[in-house]
Design a protein. Structure first.
Length: 268
C-alpha cells in the first residue's frame, strides 16, 4: 500500500517538504544569532575600561578585544598625526583626526581623537606631555570606508582610512609595534584647551539595534512555519494513504500516485 510514496511525484513532495523545514529552521537560528551578536557587543561596550595592554598586543588582531573600553597612557607622536578627509559628523562634511599614542609599554595606539570641520583649525593641535586616554577599541577600517577617489594622491599628513597599512605608509608607524585597530577617544586627561569634536561610538561603529522581543518573535515564526510544513506534508501523505485504502489493497498505484482502475473482463 505504501509503495506509492516512493514514486517520482511523491519523492519530489518529500524533498520540497524537507527543504522547506530545513530552510525555516536555518532562518530561525539565524535570527537568534543576530540577536546574540548584537546583545553580546552591547555587553562588551558596557564593561569597565581596562589597560589597553591587557586586551591587545602589538601586531596582533583585536579579536575579542573589539568593542571593549580601554585606557592608554603615553605621549602623542605629534609628527605622525594623520587627517582622514571626507568624513561626515552631524550632517557636516569634515575630517577625522588620528594621532598615534606611544604608551609606556612601547605599544603604539592610533587614537581617533575626533572630528574637525577644518583640518587647519586649532582643534587638531596635539597636547604635549603625558596623557591618559579612554575610549573604545575598534577593528581597522577597510578600503571601502575611504571617501577619496581610487588612486587619488593625498597630501602629506593625510590618509584614506584608518588601518595599519595606511599608518605604516603615511605615518611611518610599524605594523609590528602598532595596535591592529584604533582607539576611539571618549575621554582625555589632562583635557586640552581645544580639541576635535568627540565622536559617538554608535555613530562610528554602529551595532544593529535588535529588540529581543522582536527577534524572538521572528525566531518563533520561522519555527512555526517549519512545523506547518511538517503538518502539511503529513496531511498529504495521510490523505494519499486513506485514498488508496478506500480503493482497496488490490489496486496498483500508477506512477503519479493515482490508483489505476481495475481491468474490465469481457463477457463469456
Amino acid at each position: 500500500m505504501y509503495r506509492f510514496l516512493l514514486t517520482p511525484r511523491w519523492l519530489l513532495l518529500h524533498a520540497v517538504a524537507a527543504a522547506a523545514v530545513a530552510g525555516c529552521l536555518v532562518l530561525g537560528w539565524w535570527q537568534a544569532g543576530v540577536y546574540q551578536d548584537s546583545h553580546g557587543r552591547h555587553e562588551l561596550r558596557d564593561r569597565e575600561p581596562v589597560a589597553v595592554t591587557e586586551l591587545a598586543s602589538p601586531g596582533a588582531e583585536l579579536g575579542d578585544a573589539a568593542d571593549r573600553q580601554a585606557v592608554a597612557t603615553g605621549e602623542y607622536l605629534a609628527g605622525q598625526q594623520q587627517i582622514v578627509p571626507g568624513r561626515v559628523h552631524d550632517g557636516t562634511l569634515g575630517s577625522f583626526v588620528v594621532t598615534p599614542l606611544q604608551t609606556d609599554d612601547g605599544l603604539v595606539v592610533p587614537v581617533l581623537r575626533g572630528w574637525v570641520d577644518d583640518p587647519g583649525e586649532p582643534g587638531t593641535a596635539v597636547p604635549p606631555g603625558e596623557v591618559t586616554v579612554t575610549g573604545f577599541l575598534l577593528p581597522p577600517e577597510t578600503p571601502g570606508h575611504a571617501t577619496v577617489r581610487t588612486g587619488q594622491e593625498l597630501e602629506d599628513g593625510r590618509m584614506a582610512y584608518i588601518a595599519p597599512d595606511q599608518l605604516a605608509q603615511r605615518a611611518g608607524v610599524g605594523e609590528a609595534e602598532a595596535l591592529q585597530g584604533y582607539l576611539l577617544l571618549e575621554d582625555e586627561s589632562p583635557a586640552p584647551a581645544t580639541a576635535p569634536a568627540v565622536l559617538d561610538v554608535d555613530a562610528v561603529a554602529p551595532i544593529r539595534d535588535v529588540s529581543p522581543w522582536q527577534n524572538l518573535s521572528y525566531w518563533a515564526q520561522w519555527w512555526v512555519f517549519a512545523l506547518a510544513a511538517v503538518i502539511f506534508w503529513a496531511s498529504i501523505v495521510r490523505s494519499g494513504i486513506r485514498t488508496r485504502r478506500d480503493q482497496g489493497d488490490s489496486d496498483e498505484p500508477s506512477d503519479d500516485g493515482v490508483s489505476a482502475p481495475a481491468a474490465s473482463h469481457a463477457p463469456s
